[in-house]
Design a protein around this ligand. Structure first.
Ligand code: NAD
Ligand code: ZN
Length: 390
């Protein structure tokens, strides 16, 4: 089959690789009908997530049709149309039982490496390095899905692939980011980053009752979508100081919650941002937390900082004193996707949201290298790329 493979920083290729096989009786094989490139893939593309190996198959946002099931798969049948959560979860461990699906204790065969880095291992993830299990991803024609009965989520007829594909990751991720803000009537939520995750966080903040939502970015078409799709007020952080602006917009108090939907490759131009770039380039710092620093300083006293943006390692110059003395609440992590599948599908069915609205590019799987490049460089008004493997 054809698959998008990582061969080093900014080097992805579409290779011919062996088809996946059932290796555990709980596995299923999916024939992929649509897959997408995520902001998280850019961290791999740019070479900032360690333990990638040349030839690793990328991709964690994918859906398709079940074509083969292992002997112990009971709930899913050949022919079912399904979406696949990007987090791999067993459904039975301490964490899955507590609805903390992305912290599954049983799905990372390389848990020992993660334990060395993080103290404990989180769940295995599709196409996301060997620290997270070394699973082949779904930017391919076929994929093997472990714990098929737990992960695969059937899609009813009447909805297009484009409408439901983002249930695999970015819609639940934006939603969980907003839910983590514990939104109360009258609240203002500010969202740093108006990429796909930020856009869904903006939408979700309103769905969860926010009074005002402010979106921050510098890319004009992303700010435009935050206004149009998200109904947010927007700030271009290249034109004004975003932290000062949100403070002013909230009568000096600061937003009740601030969401960092940017993550470890934040852009910045001040002296500290240059320091981050240099330290990251020589591997003395793993992440560039420009947005996170601003979020902490901007958030109102006693407010919530919600972090869906991915961080991988050690962060410099985090204003922890500000966080402590303002009594901030922190919520973060990979999304517990399984928790949100049914409720968010219902929102799509009711017409509360059409996730396909953010798709700007539909390309053939063969064109994935171009897709990565334009998504990374934000060329051609690119917001979200979906890839058709057929
Ligand atoms: P993206 O790269 O398309 O979007 C990031 C946006 O942030 C861009 O529009 C960029 O212009 C903007 N930005 C950069 N620096 C900024 C700054 N200093 N201030 C404000 N905005 C800034 O990616 P995406 O797909 O939207 O993903 C965003 C983040 O969410 C990534 O870190 C991704 O890895 C992460 N993510 C996390 C999960 C999870 O489970 N927690 C799931 C999916 C994605
Ligand atoms: Zn993703």
């Amino acid at each position: 089959m054809k698959a998008v493979c990582w061969h080093g920083a900014t080097d992805v290729r579409v290779d011919n690789v062996p088809d996946p096989k059932i290796i555990n009786p709980h596995d299923a094989i999916i024939k992929i009908t649509l897959t997408a490139i995520c902001g998280s893939d850019l961290h791999l593309y740019d070479g900032f997530i360690p333990s990638m190996q040349s030839g690793d198959i990328l991709g964690h946002e994918f859906m398709g049709e079940v074509v083969e099931v292992g002997s112990d798969v009971k709930r899913v049948k050949i022919g079912d149309r399904v979406v696949v959560p990007f987090t791999i979860s067993c459904g039975n461990c301490f964490f899955c039982q507590r609805d903390l699906w992305s912290l599954c204790d049983n799905s990372n065969p390389n848990a020992a490496i993660a334990e060395k880095l993080y103290g404990h291992s989180a769940a295995g993830l599709f196409g996301y390095s060997h620290i997270f299990g070394g699973y082949a991803g779904g930017q391919a024609q076929y994929a093997r899905v472990p714990f098929a009965d737990v992960g695969l989520f059937k899609i009813p007829d009447g909805l297009t692939d484009e409408q439901v594909l983002f249930l695999t990751d970015i819609f639940p991720t934006g939603y969980m980011a907003a839910e983590n803000c514990n939104i109360q009537p009258g609240d203002t939520v500010a969202v740093w980053g108006c990429g796909p995750v930020g856009l869904f966080a903006i939408k979700s903040a309103y769905m969860l009752g926010a009074d005002r939502v402010i979106g921050i970015d510098r890319v004009p078409e992303r700010l435009q979508l935050a206004k149009e799709f998200g109904k947010a007020e927007v700030i271009n952080y290249e034109e004004v100081d975003a932290g000062e602006a949100v403070k002013e917009m909230t009568g000096g108090r600061g937003p009740d919650a601030c969401i960092d939907a940017v993550g470890m490759e934040a852009h910045g131009t001040d002296a500290v941002a240059i320091y981050d770039r240099v330290k990251q380039a020589v591997r003395l710092e793993t992440d560039r937390p420009t947005a996170l620093r601003q979020v902490i300083v901007a958030c109102r006293k006693g407010g919530t900082v919600s972090i869906p943006g991915v961080y991988g390692g050690l962060l410099d110059k985090i204003p922890f004193g500000a966080a402590f003395n303002k009594g901030l609440n922190f919520k973060m992590g990979q999304t517990h996707v399984h928790r949100y599948l049914s409720p968010l599908l219902e929102h799509i069915q009711k017409g509360d949201i059409d996730p396909s609205y953010i798709i700007t590019h539909r390309m053939k799987l063969e064109d994935a290298p171009k897709g990565y490049e334009i998504f990374k460089q934000k060329k051609d008004n690119c917001i979200k790329v979906v890839l058709d493997p057929l």
